[in-house]
Design a protein around this ligand. Structure first.
Ligand code: S3P
Length: 176
């Protein structure tokens, strides 16, 4: 008798645009597969003692990207974790290459319409976002798409429940 035993990845990096559901999905996925959930933005807020928008206003985006890079690099010390990244994490400082090297990258792909509808009430905590500006979000997504699309697992999230998304990730990772 043979058993097909699938190893859990040590680190799962959830990537995608703001509003794609990374934080919510990370928590549910972590619960489902018995791993811990980590949110990079929250880690940055804790270690800096400032909110993300405060960092953008007081220190600027460049400084934020350095903090983000350092938070990503620190994940090397974590094991059995699902990490919700910021939207820009894979696109700066070779973040995507780091994630590929040290874990499994999962892209939560959503249309601009879905992103805008989810982000509409939430612009204060997302400094890069002007919810009225469809074109800006569109060009940000276009600039990031190639990096996002390099993920091992891609899940189209529009109109789907968190449970459904988590099940598909588990299926694609053979963890079901
Ligand atoms: C950013 C996304 C945000 C946060 C910061 C920058 C981005 O995270 O890291 O505002 O560049 O797309 P979420 O994707 O969790 O909103």
């Amino acid at each position: 008798m043979y058993f097909h035993r699938v190893e859990k990845p040590d680190r799962i990096y959830l990537i995608g645009m703001m509003g794609s559901g990374k934080s919510t999905v990370s928590q549910s996925l972590a619960r489902q597969v018995g791993m811990q959930a980590v949110d990079l933005d929250r880690e940055i807020e804790q270690s800096s003692g400032k909110s993300i928008s405060q960092i953008f206003i007081e220190d600027g985006e460049k400084a934020f990207r350095v903090m983000e890079r350092d938070a990503l690099r620190a994940t090397i010390n974590l094991h059995q974790v699902v990490i919700a990244c910021g939207g820009g994490t894979p696109c700066h400082w070779e973040g995507a290459a780091f994630m590929h090297r040290h874990g499994t990258m999962i892209y939560l792909r959503a249309t601009i319409e879905t992103l805008l509808s989810r982000l509409n009430d939430d612009s204060t905590s997302r400094p890069l976002l002007n919810p009225d500006n469809h074109a800006a979000l569109d060009s940000l997504l276009a600039a990031r798409s190639q990096v996002y699309e390099s993920a091992q697992v891609i899940v189209q999230v529009d109109g789907r429940s968190v449970d459904d998304i988590v099940s598909e990730i588990c299926r694609q990772l053979d963890l079901a």
